[in-house]
Design a protein around this ligand. Structure first.
Ligand code: HEC
Ligand code: HEC
Length: 449
């Protein structure tokens, strides 16, 4: 029904906007893309790629049994994700109250970090989009809260069923059969809790990132009513803690959707939402350039793991996280499953708002989308750790012309960019603190003083 309406609207819009002689060309471009998107979707239906509205909670993928979405929970999670007031497990007093999840997943940076590596505890400064973040010199390098991979974007994470670059969280899909690898350092079974990947990871995330949610601070910051409205079923110990807080953060993250990107408007029927060059770029994406072969889910990522041979984070200047020669994050999926054939394979990430922070791939090895397209076009390893014969069979040279590369760039940069991600930020926090960072330099950068 919606689709029929869609085709008719597109047609009228096109006829109204075209000059006589270009009309047939533009109409055929429009129809070619529509046909291609439909054929490339896993369900043979172009509507597959339409992301729901962030307020249509029913339509958003969620774990109805264990963490159903409610407006109260989403609102609470939106505060907690950015709340620097719970950053109380900092290693030094100067770090207390200065960081949040949002330190490394910044809305203005497409929910990635603003730098090649995220820094929470032990960091200072922000800049405009997180690009000035650096070590607070009171912290030694190994004391920083940093990781040996670039933070993944959290946009459209509702569509990710195996979280992290190696997909170690989650018990469904490609993780069925990986039960033997679920034990974590303290002896508990991370995926055995019965929750989906996102919830499971976030239970651990608060602790990893030195955040502690307590009843005392919940009361002090005025969040008590929101916790009560969000979790009527939980007893107080579970509710007013990292457990309840983490469930709320997961609920909020599920609503962080890039549904205002021009490609989304186009999918919903606005034929003018993409320029002719963007449409040609999309035709390449879903055709000759082969991108959809790996990037095929609703978020234009997938649960598959592939080796592209990109450089790891420790192959550039970075904040070191371990004394061992090679950080096991560099082994990708192989570090989780321990299987030789999984070595150097990484999860296929989502593709919206990529250009909001110019650091691409798990090791931030590429800083420019032009160079990224060239990398995919040539399909040759850049890492001495990953021989060419270990690369994915789906990663093949594309022979794109200069014109085609620039059309593909238009599609990535413009069509897949939601221009209004700051709608997912709270206007202020219960603590009244600055966010996503609250150290003195960040506070000044963010205009909080
Ligand atoms: C110090 C920086 C940093 C902070 C702070 C941080 N993250 Fe992350 N986040 C990362 C990195 C790096 C990854 C990728 C890790 C990997 O793949 O091994 C990641 C991955 C994720 C993912 C997986 C996304 C996917 O598509 O698989 C989720 C979910 C997530 N973070 C949520 C959170 C939440 C919630 C918080 C706050 C409790 C948080 N993060 C705080 C750096 C950070
Ligand atoms: C063989 C599967 C495969 C194909 C084909 C493929 N990609 Fe990817 N793509 C990946 C994987 C895997 C990664 C992450 C690699 C890493 O960081 O180690 C990735 C990363 C990316 C990124 C960076 C995302 C981020 O968060 O850093 C962009 C942008 C991208 N791909 C675009 C494209 C485009 C455009 C095409 C078509 C020209 C394409 N990809 C074809 C598998 C693929």
């Amino acid at each position: 029904m919606i689709k029929k309406l869609f085709v008719a609207t597109v047609f009228i819009a096109l006829i109204a906007s075209c000059t006589q002689d270009r009309m047939p060309e533009l109409i055929s471009l429009e129809l070619e893309l529509r046909d291609l998107v439909q054929k490339s979707s896993p369900t043979n239906d172009g509507d597959f790629y339409i992301l729901p509205s962030e307020t249509d909670l029913e339509a958003i993928p969620q774990d109805k049994a264990n963490n159903p979405l409610t407006p109260e929970k989403v609102e609470l999670g939106k505060f907690l994700f950015f709340e620097t007031g719970f950053a109380t497990d900092a290693l030094y007093p100067s770090g207390i109250g200065t960081y949040s999840c949002g330190s490394c997943h910044i809305p203005e940076a497409g929910f990635k970090s603003g730098k090649f590596q995220g820094i929470a505890d032990g960091g200072e400064a922000f800049g405009l989009n997180g690009e000035d973040r650096r070590r607070n010199t009171e912290y030694q390098e190994h004391e920083l809260d940093v990781q040996a991979a670039r933070p993944l974007s959290l946009l459209n994470v509702a569509y990710v069923s195996n979280t992290t670059w190696n997909g170690r969280f989650g018990r469904e899909g490609t993780n069925v059969g990986t039960e033997d690898f679920w034990v974590q350092r303290d002896g508990t079974f991370r995926n055995a809790l019965g929750f989906e990947a996102l919830e499971t990871q976030n239970f651990e995330g608060l602790k990893t990132h030195r955040i502690r949610i307590t009843k005392e601070l919940i009361d002090e910051y005025g969040y008590t009513d929101l916790f009560d409205a969000s979790f009527p079923e939980l007893d107080d110990d579970q509710k007013y803690s990292n457990f309840g807080g983490s469930l709320a953060i997961s609920a909020y993250l599920r609503t962080v959707l890039s549904n205002r990107a021009p490609f989304q408007d186009w999918l919903k029927g606005d034929g003018d939402a993409l320029s002719p060059d963007e449409k040609k770029g999309a035709i390449l994406f879903f055709g000759k350039a082969n991108c959809y072969n790996c990037h095929f889910n609703q978020n234009l990522g997938s649960e598959e793991f592939h080796a592209l041979g990109v450089k790891d984070l420790d192959m550039r200047t970075f904040y070191k996280t371990t004394d061992s020669e090679i950080d096991d994050r560099n082994l990708g999926r192989g570090a989780f499953t321990g299987q030789e054939w999984d070595k150097f394979k990484f999860k296929v990430p989502q593709l919206y708002n990529q250009s909001d922070s110019p650091f691409y791939f798990h090791g931030s090895s590429i800083k420019d989308l032009d160079d990224l397209i060239e990398y995919k076009n040539i399909a040759e390893t850049e890492s001495e750790r990953v021989p060419q014969n270990k690369l994915s069979e789906k990663f093949v040279p594309l022979n794109l012309t200069e014109e085609e590369k620039s059309q593909l760039l238009e599609f990535l940069e413009k069509s897949l960019r939601d221009p209004d991600l700051i709608r997912y930020k709270p206007t202020s926090l219960g603590s009244g603190n600055c966010f996503p960072n609250n150290d003195p330099v960040s506070a000044s950068d963010l205009g909080c003083e």
